[in-house]
Design a protein around this ligand. Structure first.
Ligand code: SF4
Length: 187
């Protein structure tokens, strides 16, 4: 398995191997130096599943949040939750990354960036995001069609296949599975 990723590789890996839901959150935290709770949970647990160790996770989030709220407030208000997700605080539950179903059924509000883009983005924003990923216009139409018909995971599978030039017979059912399938092809 792909047990570990390091912070220095993370931007590159996000571009090539993160599904759109996580890529969007990743880009937002880099851009805004902040994410609301739902986004921190969705991305944070995904990164944990991808193999980011707790100390690297703390460094990653701190580097961004410190630019917005300062290092001290980060340590006071946000670090606990990250350690908590890794089972280092509270009941010491080892929280698992969200499945597609869980992400698709989430209900992002104003200012939230979590959720599944194939469900929660406007058509216009989805088109723009797909274009940024380099998906060709004919495939974009297929993806939009699937999303419109509420086949979000099929839409994601088509995007995966377009981006990797390879079929994904198992389909996409978990963001971390998307990542693993991608790394299998790219490594
Ligand atoms: Fe993420 Fe799953 Fe939606 Fe793909 S289908 S964007 S992996 S939640």
């Amino acid at each position: 398995d792909f047990a570990e990723i390091s912070i220095k590789d993370i931007d590159q890996i996000a571009k090539t191997s993160f599904p759109l839901c996580m890529r969007h959150l990743f880009e937002k935290v880099r851009e805004d130096h902040h994410l609301k709770h739902g986004g921190r949970m969705q991305l944070g647990l995904f990164l944990k599943g991808v193999g980011l160790k707790v100390d690297d996770a703390l460094a990653f989030w701190k580097a961004e949040f410190a630019q917005k709220v300062g290092a001290e407030r980060f340590d006071k208000e946000y670090a606990y939750n990250i350690r908590h997700n890794y089972g280092r605080e509270g009941k010491r539950t080892d929280y698992t990354p969200y499945s597609c179903q869980k992400v698709i059924l989430s209900t992002p509000g104003v200012g939230d960036h979590h959720g599944c883009p194939y469900r929660h983005f406007s058509e216009e924003n989805l088109r723009a995001a797909l274009a940024r990923m380099g998906v060709g216009s004919r495939i974009v139409e297929d993806v939009i069609d699937k999303a419109r018909n509420r086949h979000y995971q099929l839409a994601c599978t088509l995007t995966f296949e377009a981006g990797h030039g390879s079929s994904c017979d198992a389909g996409v059912n978990h963001p971390n599975q998307y990542f693993i399938e991608s790394q299998k092809i790219l490594q």
